[in-house]
Each structure stands twice: as C-alpha cells, then as structure tokens.
Design a protein around this ligand. Structure first.
Ligand code: HEM
Length: 533
C-alpha cells in the first residue's frame, strides 16, 4: 500500500516535473524563436498566431526537434574554440546573457558595450558570452598583450574575416592568410612607400581645393552639412585617383555607397544563426548577393579603365596589382581593388569627421590649432606643425574608427598576470582562441591616459611611455594597416587646410554608432570662411 502511495506521489511529481520542464523549454524556445523570427523571417503577428494555436501534444513533438536543432547550432559554434582548463585560469566570461550579447552586436553598439563591460568588471581579458557558459571569443583590453599577439608571427586572421568576402565574392588580401595575402601585400606595399606619398599629397590638395568651393556654396546658403557624408565623398575621390587613377563620378559613387551599405547591413545580421543557415530564404540575403555582383562590376570598370590608359603612372596601387603575376586571374585583382576601396575610404573619412566635430565642439582648441598653422610658413611647413599632430592623435585616440583593432587566432598559449591587492593570479589565453583586440578599451583606459574621455590634444606634447605604447590606431605587426601613409597624407592635408581657412561650429552632434567603423552618424557642422586668410 505504502509502495503504491509513494509510486503515485513520485510518479505524479515526475509528471509535474516533466510538464514544468516542457513548459519551461517551450518558453525558452519561444523566446529564442521570438527573438530570431521577429527580427528575420516572420512578422510579430504571424509568430504569435503560431504560438497560440499550438497544443501541448504539438509542443512535445516540436520540442525534441527544436532542442536538437539548437544543440546542433551551439555545437557548431562551440567547436570553433579549443578550450583547455588544465593549466592556468582561463579568462572570465562576461556575466551577460547570450541574447543580450547578440542584441548589442546587431544594434551598432558593440564597441561601446565592450568598453562599458571592461570598465564595469575590470577584466583585462574576457570571453564574450557563449554557449554552456563558454565564451565565443576573447576580448583583449590590455595594450601589451595586444602587441604581443599582433607581433607574433604565428598569429593569423580567423575564419571570421571570411564574412568580408561577401563584399567581393571571393578571397582577398584582407581576409586571407598565407600566400594569397603575402604576394598581394608585398607588391601593393611599394605603392605606399615614401616616394609615392608626395603624389598622394598633391592629389589630396587638388580635391580639397575643389571641396572648398562646395563649402563656400553651403556658406552662401547658410546651410549646415553632414560632415561624415562630405568626408566620404572627398576621400572616395582621393583614393580613386591616388590609388587607382580612376575618376569616380557621382553615379559610380552612389552605386558604390548604396551597394556597400546593403552588403554590410546583411553581413551584420548574418551573425544570427538562422540567417547563415538558411540564407537564400531571406530576400535581404538574396539582395546582398546582387550587391556583391554590382560591387565587382564597379571593380572591373576601374580595372578596365586603367588598362585603357595611354600613359599610366608606374607604381600606383593598381599598377602594382596588375603587374603582380601571382594573382590567378582578374577576379582576384578586382577583389583586392574593392577591398582596398572599402578599407581606405570610410576609415579616413570618419577619422576626419570626428576631428572636425571635436574641434567644432572645443572652440579654444580650434583657435589654438589655427594660430599655430598661421604661424607656419608654407603648406609643407604647416604639415610639420606639432599641434596638428597632437590634434590628429587625440582625435584618433578618443574616437578610433577601428574600435576593434583586429581579430586574431592565437596559435599558441598566451599568459598574463592579474594583481589584486596582495595576490597575483596567472591566466592563460589558450591556443586556438579567437581574440578581438579592443583598441577602444585601450585608448579610453584610465590605466594609460588621464581623463581618457576628454578631448585634450596637449596630452601628446610630452606623453608618458605607457601612453605612447598604448597608441596604435593602425595596429602593429605584419597585418597592420597597409594604407597608413595615404591616410596620414589625407588627414594632415585636409585638416590643416580646412581649419586654417574656415571656422567650424556644431549644428547637431549626431549619434555615435558602430557600423563597420565607429562614426558620428548625422553629425551636422557649419563652416564659415575666415576672410583674413
Ligand atoms: C584613418 C584611416 C585608417 C585606419 C584607422 C585604418 C586602420 C586599420 C586597421 C586597424 C587595420 C587592421 C584590421 C584587422 O586586422 O582587422 C587595417 C588594415 C588594413 N587597412 Fe587600414 N586604416 C585606415 C586607412 C586605410 C587606407 C587609406 C587604406 C588603403 C588605401 C587601408 C587599407 C587597409 C588594408 C588593405 C588592410 C589589411 C592589411 C592586411 O591584412 O595585410 N586602410 N587598417
């Protein structure tokens, strides 16, 4: 009798427990699919009606399939990281949910969130939330550790970079390791050597002079303008002429910018698992493929235009690409043209946009810079003005356009020590980890800079060793920015010329957003010509 009593009670408890488990799982799955579907495939209304018409029996049928499906995805993600707990402690996982993390990734607030987490929890290295309490990849926010990983010859770019191939339809020097990268890097590097910087400066001066006519017209109409968009148009013109001897007209420019945005937007959404698993079901994914083809068509137009030139200038980027016989075909050449165009225009444009915005916000700094530039003699002397370099460095420190300076696959273990009061704890980033090197965390760190959130160009007058070593916006090592000489030539020329000739004020600060680069979307400025010049 007692036996039957316990059997019934326990059985009923088990049944209750099972029911609760199913309900709970259903809730979790609903939440999961609500998040994914409402953002992707189904409308909110369709989703709710499916949920409301589902019976318990159907749920129990769907449940194992859904769980198996989710586990498969998680397994796929997890396999990418090789964990070994045996030796030193592993970096901690940031205590936020995976869904919260995904939300931040797709919202354009990831680097700012990474900085917020770094400051809140104080970890020099931490895993982003992942599955089963494991991290997806490790964020590194310590400048020396970042240097160690970047300078290590064994470090490689992880598979994550393959996503950039949606821009080109094929492998590029940016996404690849090994010989595909090495031959292109070697031949293109010649185009950025000091002998070519003079010509890059001349091209920049020409287009900056043309841009001043646009500024004068805007002033006559008493109009403000979007500084980011204006700088994008200017840097696109400059890179096309300086690197590719190509005159990009308005129609090509708008095609390039429109298709680029479409491809990049879908790239960002592509991190949602359903998106990359069932890509072709989504119209936006199909549209992305059209965008890739249109970008390639523009790349081909640039290549053909170069081939038709009567007297091409030797040693330009495109000349180096065409002469490099290690490319297997023109499709590979076109892919590198597109990736250089993408990597080279928006980074420089938004670095400049931030600098103009920072100077417009800080009138006294703007005046100090203008006075120093006036005191210098000619154009060449102006480029050497120390204050110009303090402002440029401070702009790139406060608002690094590449806030995640790079991602690297660690092909060996890295050790670091965290000191807390009297204790020292050794941690290990294990071989096989994918690291994201957060320039924003380093450049805004209280450990390296006083008052890191303020625009203080004078901090660069006599910087500490620790501050100088923490500043590498173009990163370091074999995969550092190949276009740095062109970027510097553009920034120095455009900033010095336009600050000398115009007084700048803010109409709208815009919104700090991360979309491929860190940018002040919608920032509106006014420029008034200084008559005494
Ligand atoms: C202010 C402007 C710029 C900044 C802050 C910047 C920053 C960077 C950073 C941080 C990287 C490393 C990315 C990674 O490993 O994920 C990089 C790589 C690269 N950048 Fe720039 N960049 C700028 C301008 C340019 C320009 C003007 C060009 C070309 C004309 C260019 C072409 C490239 C290329 C091709 C790479 C890949 C190099 C390789 O993998 O070997 N960048 N840049």
């Amino acid at each position: 009798m007692l036996y039957w009593f316990f059997f019934v009670v326990i059985k009923s408890q088990i049944w209750v427990l099972l029911t609760k488990l199913v309900e709970f799982s259903d809730l979790m799955i609903s939440f999961f699919f609500r998040f994914i579907f409402t953002r992707t495939l189904l409308t909110h209304h369709m989703f709710l009606s499916i949920l409301n018409h589902r019976t318990m029996f159907e749920t129990m049928l769907i449940l194992p399939i859904a769980i198996a499906f989710i586990l498969l995805i998680l397994q796929k993600i997890r396999k990418k990281t090789n964990y070994d707990d045996s030796a030193s402690k592993l970096p901690p996982v940031i205590p936020i949910s995976y869904l919260e993390f995904l939300k931040r990734v797709t919202s354009g607030q990831l680097p700012q969130s990474v900085l917020e987490w770094h400051r809140r929890f104080g970890y020099p290295v931490f895993y982003t939330p992942g599955i089963f309490g494991r991290g997806h990849f490790a964020i590194v926010a310590d400048s020396e550790l970042m240097r160690e990983i970047l300078m290590d010859q064994s470090s490689t770019k992880p598979g994550f970079y393959k996503r950039t191939e949606n821009l080109t339809g094929t492998k590029t020097m940016f996404s690849e390791n090994g010989s595909r990268w090495m031959h292109a890097r070697k031949s293109i590097a010649y185009a950025f050597s000091s002998s070519h910087v003079k010509r890059m400066n001349e091209v920049t001066v020409k287009h900056t002079t043309e841009f001043m006519e646009v500024l004068d017209n805007l002033q006559q109409q008493n109009k403000s303008f979007d500084i980011g968009k204006a700088m994008i148009q200017l840097t696109l013109k400059i890179i096309c002429e300086a690197a590719f001897e190509f005159d990009m007209d308005i129609s090509d420019q708008s095609t390039f910018l429109r298709e680029l945005e479409i491809v990049l937007l879908e790239n960002r959404n592509g991190i949602i698992p359903l998106r990359w698993m069932f890509g072709y079901l989504f119209p936006k994914v199909r549209r992305q493929h059209v965008g890739t083809k249109r970008l390639a068509a523009l790349g081909r137009k640039i290549l053909e235009a170069y081939k038709n030139l009567q007297n091409p200038i030797p040693g330009t980027v495109i000349d180096c690409i065409v002469r490099d016989e290690s490319y297997n075909n023109d499709e590979e050449r076109i892919a590198d043209i597109i990736i250089l165009l993408v990597a080279g225009h928006d980074t420089t444009a938004y670095s400049l946009a931030w600098m103009f915005l920072d100077l417009a916000k800080h009138e006294e700094e703007q005046n100090k810079l203008r006075s120093s530039l006036k005191a210098a003699g000619d154009f060449q002397e102006r480029l050497q003005v120390p204050r110009l370099h303090y402002v440029i460095k401070e702009g790139m420190r406060l608002h690094p356009v590449a806030p995640i300076g790079g991602m690297r696959l660690c092909n060996r273990d890295y050790h670091y020590v965290v000191e807390k009061s009297d204790t020292k704890v050794q941690y290990k980033i294990p071989e096989g980890t994918v690291t994201a090197l957060s320039s924003l965390c380093v450049l805004r760190s209280h450990a390296y800079f006083d008052e890191p959130d303020r625009f203080l160009p004078d901090r660069w007058r006599d910087p500490s060793d620790i501050a100088s070593r923490a500043f590498f916006p173009f990163i370091v090592g074999k995969r550092s920015c190949i276009g740095q000489p062109l970027a510097n030539a553009e920034i120095q020329t455009i900033l010095s010329t336009l600050i000398l000739k115009y007084s700048w004020s803010v109409e709208d600060m815009g919104t700090d957003t991360f979309f491929t680069t860190y940018k002040p979307i919608g920032a509106m400025l006014k420029a008034s010509k200084i008559v005494s010049n």
